[in-house]
Write a protein that binds this ligand. Structure first.
Ligand code: SF4
Ligand code: SF4
Length: 96
């Protein structure tokens, strides 16, 4: 089986998350309101950005891959604050 054949749930099962007590990414809901493109929703490989019915965004940092894509694709200054989790926390990639 190639990596492309893996289901999303199977991909997520190949990583472990050591959740830090403080979020390493925060999303400013006020900045997001009225964002019509919502690049973060489609770009995040972990599906952590969820649009709400009122035009906002729900975000949960706990299963973040730390790839930085959301920070790069968001075109609103200040909407996303991003830094790596504190030492020993965050994503742990496994080989099997
Ligand atoms: S995080 Fe950026 S791209 Fe995503 S909804 Fe907010 S402003 Fe738009
Ligand atoms: S850093 Fe990557 S995995 Fe984490 S929230 Fe942003 S796009 Fe998603």
């Amino acid at each position: 089986m190639s990596a492309g054949d893996l289901a999303f749930e199977d991909r997520m099962a190949t990583v472990e998350f050591r959740v830090a007590p403080e979020a390493h990414i925060t999303v400013d809901g006020d900045s997001c309101r009225g964002c019509t493109t919502q690049e973060c929703v489609t770009a995040c490989p972990a599906n952590l950005f969820v649009p709400t019915a009122d035009g906002g965004i729900l975000f949960n940092y706990e299963q973040c891959f730390e790839c930085g894509t959301c920070y790069l694709v968001c075109n609103r200054a200040g909407a996303i604050s991003w830094h790596y989790p504190e030492g020993g926390c965050g994503v742990v990639y496994r080989w099997s």
